[in-house]
Ligand binder design. Structure first.
Ligand code: ZN
Length: 345
């Protein structure tokens, strides 16, 4: 399987995040990509390529122009006010009863276009966001050109980002941009299978009223876990999209014996959708020792997940999402890819 990446993510680093009552270094860090690449090579995956450059038109098919403008201008505006130190983050959020139209100040933009305190901006953030799109679109193009599968090893991740909101380490929804690009390139139907530990609230919201993109997700129950306000089983889509959003919230502590049947149920929904391409939002924060996760999957469980996905026999685009247990992140991610590749022969 060809693996796409870019070195331009490295500048998105050095900020801090709120973890409930603590201010801690960002778990979503550049060494995530390094450790995954090393493990992939260790497991024999040598077809590794730098991404090609794409223009922003595919991003604007999914995200609003005002939001994309904000992503580009946030740091320069912040730096003009505070100087080249620290990181830009919202101080308050546009909530019920408040004006939710930015007034031109960076603070109003952050209030209107972010939904939590886990999407900081530094000098290199926009370049990293853009490189993640390039990585994902390069991999999508490879699949569109006839490859059986490709892996977009991108950061920052994307599945929490909606059309006009960033949050949860996510700015542009890479998987959604790829899905739309594949549709615009001639595909009739796409399925997005989200196996990240967290619900992909952004992906769900982008395609919620559409029947051409199935969104199927396994994730920690929002009764106990981020993003708390979305990800319930009762969210099944609306209008034409009714029946094309499939959430399976699972309890904290879920092990492979309960995870695998839930995955089989999601895969059956994917098969019934008969997509031209399967996009996998690949998060491995379902690992037992992940500092951000709360499931109990072991490293040896991840090849099984890859093999189960491979059994669908669909052209498959893997897009990197979460996974923060740095010591095991590389092996866990590579295990999914290897399990998939071996099952496909
Ligand atoms: Zn996650």
């Amino acid at each position: 399987m060809r693996i796409f990446h870019s070195d331009e993510h490295r500048g998105h680093a050095g900020a801090k995040e709120m973890r409930y009552d603590e201010l801690i270094p960002m778990c979503e860090s550049p060494d995530r990509i390094d450790t995954i690449l090393a493990a992939l090579r260790e497991q024999g995956h040598r077809d590794v390529m730098q991404a090609s450059r794409f223009d922003l038109a595919p991003v604007l098919r999914v995200h609003t122009p005002g939001f994309v403008d904000f992503l580009q201008r946030c740091w320069p505006l912040w730096e003009a006010e505070f100087g080249p130190r620290g990181f830009a983050t919202a101080y308050m959020f546009g909530m019920r009863g408040m004006d939710q139209v930015p007034n031109g100040s960076v603070h109003s933009m952050l209030s209107c276009y972010t939904f939590d305190v886990c999407v900081p901006f530094v000098a290199g953030t926009w370049a990293a966001i853009r490189s993640a799109v390039d990585v994902t679109l390069s991999a999508a193009q490879h699949v569109a050109d006839g490859a059986d599968a490709a892996f977009a090893l991108c950061r920052p991740p994307g599945h929490h980002a909606s059309a006009d909101l960033a949050g949860g380490y996510c700015y542009v929804n890479n998987a959604a941009v790829a899905a739309q690009k594949l549709l615009d390139g001639g595909a009739s139907r796409i399925a997005i299978l989200d196996v990240d530990y967290h619900h992909g609230n952004g992906t769900q919201s982008i395609f919620y009223d559409r029947d051409d993109v199935l969104y199927a997700s396994l994730h920690a129950t929002p009764e106990r876990e981020y993003p708390f306000l979305l990800g319930y089983a009762r969210e099944t889509g609306k209008g034409r999209g009714e029946g094309f959003n499939f959430n399976q919230p699972l309890p904290l502590g879920t092990r492979i014996d309960a995870y695998r049947p839930a995955l089989a149920t999601a895969l059956a929904r994917v098969r019934a959708h008969a997509p031209d391409v399967l996009v996998v939002s690949l998060g491995v924060d379902s690992y037992i020792r992940d500092p951000v996760g709360g499931f109990a999957l072991e490293s040896d469980d991840f090849p099984t997940i890859g093999a189960d996905i491979a059994a669908l026999g669909l052209p498959t685009l893997f897009v990197m999402e979460g996974g923060y247990a740095i010591a095991e992140l590389g092996v866990n991610t590579a295990n999914v890819i290897t399990g998939f590749a071996q099952a496909r022969g």
